[in-house]
Design a protein around this ligand. Structure first.
Ligand code: GLA
Length: 732
């Protein structure tokens, strides 16, 4: 590339663009910067916007000569011109033309608040009156940049948008290591890291529409040159804020540039956009870390607590959920009994799960009643109000379960509104868990879903928590509401409809705690999470599996939002027997709750549970608001795991260590080096949740410098499978 004469170099920094002899254009540098990262674009009038850099913030982005068309990857490549990499946009224009060539048409900047700045880059097609605005929001303190696109046009008739990405990211390195999250029901968010090979990789969901994160999550981490380290090396992380079908594509080109393209999945989803209408993509959330995967996670956690999670700065209540303790088989007495026991344990909230509604078709199992959100008079003759008042009389908050997007065929709702059911005309409507999906692209259904929420909350002024579930995917799409030539709009319109309802519900009920649940973690994304306080990470409550699930979830989503419950042993999903201590030690590394019949806990276990709950109250602010450090991965085949949370002021930390299965002969210790402590501080180390009077840590109650704890570490005697330790470190 030709270098620019030094004299001309400063001109772009002043926002000036100059034309050099031969018609070559001097580009202006546009830097979207956070405290430690920068995304740098080169812009010049009527020329494609070129991506220059995303990564560590540079001392001053240098100007450079820009030769118009082929100087670097475009920031938003459209089909047309000579783009050969992954495409962000493909449009069929009103006259049938397939090509689009986007060029720079200006930009704007504004501070959203002290910590956030938005840059909008305007792109226009060279030929047709079609524009794309790229919205970048720099979250400065958290090193997070979000990006989304808005398309509109003034062509004579609708244009057909075949694909429209949220963001494209070209990166340059010798090797790329992709970490992504794969799984299934009961084993969500399993961590896989792989070296990208020619041909690339696509992570997507294209046909479920709902429950899109059951098998893969729309998020990733990417390390350059070497497999990701926890605390060193360059790592990028991304998460698409979208609850519908998605696609993340990682495509190396022939020059070894890796093109990451993220957005809604284009499969069967073309959109007709009328003149004057705007088509907006979801946001892609990106962060850059020069200090490994750990810092990338901490960036996302900080960002979500501040910007993408309801009440992100407020510690969560410890709750007892009725599901695994009672399932559908309860009456008033069952529930008040559970509340008595919960209160005695020190629990702070009771949540009544599925089974409380339906009269003509009582919801006594999963086969009937879904959709009929009236209190079941036989089971609960005094209504929800009585139960919620009872909870409050015991010092507990009260929460309740709904699944407002779904319907059992055996329900009054299905009888009255067959037109609301998602279906393909003339075909049998497939069932899953005996239920159908309601068509949220229909505004009447949106109103219904909103009303279910409102009416449920109105059952008692003492309801302060809603668990919002969604227990099946769409699969066979089709909307009676959408016209024949707009059926491909269904996927996006469903999610837009859902978000409209979330918006309205949140505007009316800002203080309600809402849990995001979908057969466990099948709807776990930042699009939905921002309206919720927490998510149900998995229906699998087996603590051993939870170590793996929560370790994966914690890469992208924060512990404050990770609902994690102590359930019965043998575990209902896996049959595995796990000691109560291990179950508590795992659940306490997230948002602690219980999900069992508390009267089944007796004797020493009862006393242990009471103490563990007390302990959690002490460490809760550190776990929920502190910084996560992953110390030992359960995925590296050593059969153990460790992680720690450190308070922001580094005065306190909590270490969780787990022996999952045999890793050495009995007698060997599990040695863990802490991270993130203040080397200059002195900490008193106390073991919590001790099973006997003998600590598994020989230095229990003694003091150590942060430096020592990080360099020499602690030795824990937890040699047997399902042994675990929790150490609390407080500044002396
Ligand atoms: C789903 C949820 C569970 C529970 C049941 C109730 O499976 O994930 O936690 O609420 O529904 O039917």
């Amino acid at each position: 590339m030709t270098r620019i004469p030094p004299l001309l170099r400063f001109l772009p920094l002043l926002g000036l663009a100059v034309t050099l002899p031969g018609g070559q254009k001097q580009a202006e540098i546009l830097e979207i910067a956070t405290a430690g990262s920068a995304l740098v674009l080169a812009v010049a009038p009527d020329a494609p916007v070129v991506f220059r850099h995303y990564g560590g913030r540079t001392a001053g982005a240098d100007a450079f000569l820009y030769k118009g068309h082929r100087d670097g990857p475009e920031v938003y490549p459209a089909f047309g011109g000579t783009n050969f990499a992954n495409l962000a946009l493909s449009v069929v224009h009103a006259d049938g033309s397939l090509t689009t060539e986007l060029v720079y048409a200006g930009h704007e900047r504004r501070a959203l608040d002290a910590g956030r700045e938005e840059t909008v880059v305007h792109l226009k097609d060279k030929l047709y009156p079609l524009t794309v605005d790229l919205h970048f929001t720099a979250h400065k303190a958290e090193d997070v940049i979000t990006q989304r696109a808005v398309l509109s046009h003034r062509e004579k008739a609708p244009v057909r948008v075949e694909t429209i990405a949220s963001a494209c990211l070209p990166l340059q390195a010798g090797a790329y290591y992709l970490t992504h999250f794969h799984g299934a029901w009961g084993r969500e968010m399993r961590v896989t890291e792989e070296k990208l090979t020619p041909g690339g990789k696509i992570i997507e969901e294209y046909r479920k529409g709902v429950q899109t994160t059951m098998s893969d999550n729309p998020s990733f981490m990417l390390a350059l040159e070497h497999p990701a380290d926890e605390e060193a090396g360059e790592v990028y992380a991304g998460a698409l804020a979208w609850s519908g079908n998605y696609r993340l594509s990682f495509a190396p080109d022939e020059l070894e540039t890796l093109h990451i393209t993220a957005g809604m999945n284009p499969f069967a989803a073309a959109r007709m956009v009328a003149p004057g209408e705007a088509l907006e993509t979801p946001a892609m959330v990106l962060t850059y870390s020069a200090r490994g995967r750990g810092q990338a996670s901490r960036n996302l956690h900080d960002w979500s607590r501040r910007h993408a999670l309801a009440h992100g700065g407020e510690p969560r209540a410890i709750l007892l959920n009725s599901w695994e303790g009672a399932y559908f088989a309860f009456d008033e007495k069952t529930l008040t009994g559970m509340m008595d026991d919960a209160a005695a344990l020190g629990i702070e909230m009771f949540v009544l799960d599925d089974g409380w509604f339906g009269n003509k078709h009582p919801r006594n199992d999963a086969r009937a009643g879904l959709g009929d959100w009236q209190v079941n008079r036989q089971k609960l003759p005094r209504g929800i109000g009585h139960l919620a008042d009872y909870a409050v009389s015991k010092g507990l908050r009260f929460g309740i379960w709904i699944e407002p997007e779904m319907v059992n065929p055996r329900s009054e709702l299905a009888e009255n509104h067959p037109e609301w059911v998602v279906k393909s005309p003339g075909r049998e409507i497939p069932q899953r868990r005996n239920q159908w999906v309601l068509d949220l692209s229909n505004p009447a259904v949106q109103d219904f879903v909103e009303k279910v929420f409102d009416d449920t909350v109105a059952l008692s002024p003492n309801i302060t928590y809603i668990k919002w579930d969604a227990n099946r995917p769409v699969w066979s799409a089709g909307s009676e509401y959408l016209p024949a030539d707009r059926q491909t709009h269904f996927w996006k319109d469903y999610v837009d409809g859902l978000y409209k309802v979330y918006e309205r519900v949140r505007a009316k009920h800002p203080d309600i705690t809402i849990q995001l649940c979908s057969s466990g973690g099948a709807r776990l994304d930042y699009g939905a999470l921002k309206y919720h306080d927490e998510f149900w990470a998995s229906d699998n409550t087996n603590a051993v599996d939870r170590v793996l699930i929560q370790y994966g979830a914690g890469m992208i989503y924060p512990a404050i939002a990770t609902a994690s419950h102590v359930s019965a042993s043998p575990n209902h999903q896996t049959g595995m027997m796990v000691p109560l201590k291990f179950r508590f030690d795992v659940a306490m590394s997230g948002r602690l709750g219980m999900e069992l019949q508390p009267k089944d806990i007796a004797g020493a276990d009862l006393e242990f549970a009471r103490r563990a709950i007390q302990n959690y109250k002490r460490i809760r602010p550190v776990v929920q608001l502190g910084d996560l450090y992953r110390l030992c991965s359960p995925y590296d085949e050593k059969g153990r795991a460790a992680l720690a949370y450190v308070s922001k002021d580094r005065k306190e930390a909590v270490l969780f260590a787990y022996n999952l299965y045999h890793f050495h002969a009995r007698g060997f210790t599990f040695d863990v080096k802490l991270k993130g402590l203040d080397p200059a501080k002195t900490y008193t180390v106390s073991e919590l949740n001790m099973k006997t009077s003998k600590s598994v840590f020989p230095g229990n109650k003694k003091t150590f410098t942060g430096d020592y704890l990080m360099k020499a570490g602690v030795s824990l005697s937890i040699p047997r499978p399902q042994e675990s330790a929790v150490l609390h470190m407080t500044e002396k």
